[in-house]
Write a protein that binds this ligand. Structure first.
Ligand SMILES: [Zn+2]
Length: 466
């Protein structure tokens, strides 16, 4: 019997071991999309204990705890940090075969050199050992990134963010590059009239100008796009329940904007027209600046209205939606391509059934200008687990070029999530290694090893122009 989570974890053949240890393991990590706090990096924060680092903000763990019958008090409520950790430790043995079980123990090993499994019996000792380490400078957030050999961090930022934290990080000459991504979801979500108007009011303050109509609005948002570019941003990211590609006229956009500014609710079709237009503006600005654009599509969010009312978004009440509206995606990409304004594009769907659909759609818009210019994004969120990663790699292989895939990302809110890159790399090496062993791939360790290194790091480096 193999030891749990040993050096050859997930590696089932000699070739897989050679690929992982000889090629993948030491490659730097380019985490081009995540939700880490640039403020914490700017001040090089230390976490006060393992609960703060691990459980605050981690809706994956909260969902597991809720599923295990743990009271909300211990997830997001007012229990003490130790009590929350105790309940998480009690839950962990019940998470076997959920990726959390692997992630938890990889994280304990890689960051804290703890080989034991977390359970009620080990909870106190592990809590104290991790907390003691986290309080020392060697475990500050910058050092957590260094420990994992991270060389690039792409955060996710609202257009109204002042990017002061990013400026501070650059001023410090921190050797790990940390850049913002332009995520303008709130700037297009016009169907929530109250929130949209609040957003426009904040935008007026940020740009120091009164916004009296749609043209002013576009000019103001564009100035934030320019500001992000001045601050090192080269990527936009869009969180969409679905793709929007409805026809519209300039006059319609002006009317819709005016209507909402008067506080009126608008028809659904008008909201879709407005969102469609905003996506085109963002895409064209991104193309002019040679940015990469990413579209994260399909989750249905805040399904539990009662809990959303209590704790707001991103607290663990989201799930996989139906298939993406692929015709709208085709129409959107096609209109940009026709006008010669299609930037490098990564398409993600939360629904694993969309992998083949999106991979083949991406292939329609590769024009020979850059390897993998339009591609299917990595297994995301609920799909970031062994089966989901394999399914994704198979789609990319069968429908496109695995060798040109820009690789994994954490998409995480936690500084302790970086072993997910290792998890991905092991799965990738195992897949390729097993096919070398059984003669489906040639025994060309050098070439396949270099392909592994490209997928782990080099492709992203070139794609994101780092
Ligand atoms: Zn994300």
């Amino acid at each position: 019997m193999k030891k749990f989570l040993d050096d050859n974890f997930l590696l089932e053949s000699n070739s897989a071991e050679k690929l992982y240890h000889g090629y993948a393991k030491e490659m730097p990590i380019i985490d081009y999309h995540n939700h880490l706090s640039p403020q914490q990096i700017a001040v090089d924060a230390n976490f006060e204990n393992i609960t703060v680092a691990w459980l605050h903000g981690d809706h994956y763990k909260w969902r597991a705890m809720r599923g295990n019958g743990i009271n909300e008090k211990f997830c997001t409520g007012n229990a003490s940090d130790w009590e929350k950790f105790e309940q998480w430790a009690a839950t962990v043995p019940y998470t076997m075969r959920n990726p959390l079980y692997h992630w938890t123990h990889l994280e304990l090993q890689r960051y804290f050199d703890i080989e034991e499994q977390l359970s009620p019996a080990t909870a106190r000792k592990i809590y104290e050992e991790c907390t003691e380490k986290l309080l020392s400078k060697d475990w500050s957030v910058r050092n957590l990134l260094r420990k994992m050999n991270v060389t690039y961090v792409g955060t996710t930022d609202d257009p109204l963010d002042d990017l002061a934290a990013h400026q501070k990080i650059k001023k410090d000459e921190f050797e790990i590059k940390v850049n913002p991504s332009f995520r303008p979801d709130k700037a297009m979500n016009i169907d929530s009239v109250l929130l949209f108007n609040e957003y426009v009011t904040r935008l007026e303050v940020v740009v120091g100008k009164t916004i009296t109509g749609f043209d002013d609005y576009i000019a103001a948002i564009k100035s934030r796009h320019d500001y992000f570019a001045e601050n090192g941003c080269t990527v936009s990211d869009h969180g969409l329940e679905e793709m929007y590609a409805e026809d519209y006229t300039e006059q319609q956009l002006k009317n819709i904007f005016e209507n909402v500014r008067k506080g009126n609710n608008i028809e659904k079709i008008d909201a879709v027209k407005f969102k469609s237009a905003m996506l085109v503006y963002f895409a064209e600005w991104g193309f002019e600046k040679k940015w990469v654009q990413q579209y994260h599509m399909g989750p249905i969010r805040n399904n539990n209205e009662r809990m959303f009312g209590i704790m707001g978004a991103d607290t663990g009440w989201d799930s996989i939606g139906g298939s993406v509206n692929i015709k709208a995606i085709a129409k959107f990409l096609n209109s940009l391509d026709k006008n010669n304004k299609l930037a490098k594009t990564i398409l993600y769907s939360i629904n694993p059934a969309d992998n083949d659909i999106l991979a083949t759609m991406a292939g329609n818009f590769n024009d020979g200008s850059f390897p993998g210019k339009v591609q299917l994004g990595a297994a995301w969120w609920f799909n970031d687990q062994q089966d989901g990663i394999i399914q994704h790699l198979k789609s990319v292989s069968n429908m496109g070029l695995l060798s040109r895939f820009v690789g994994m990302l954490t998409d995480s809110r936690s500084f302790l999530s970086f072993p997910r890159h290792e998890y991905f790399r092991r799965i990738l090496c195992n897949l390729l290694g097993s096919e070398m062993e059984n003669g489906q791939l040639p025994n060309d360790e050098k070439w396949i090893g270099s392909m592994v290194q490209d997928i782990c790091c080099n492709n992203a480096k070139k794609y994101f122009n780092l």
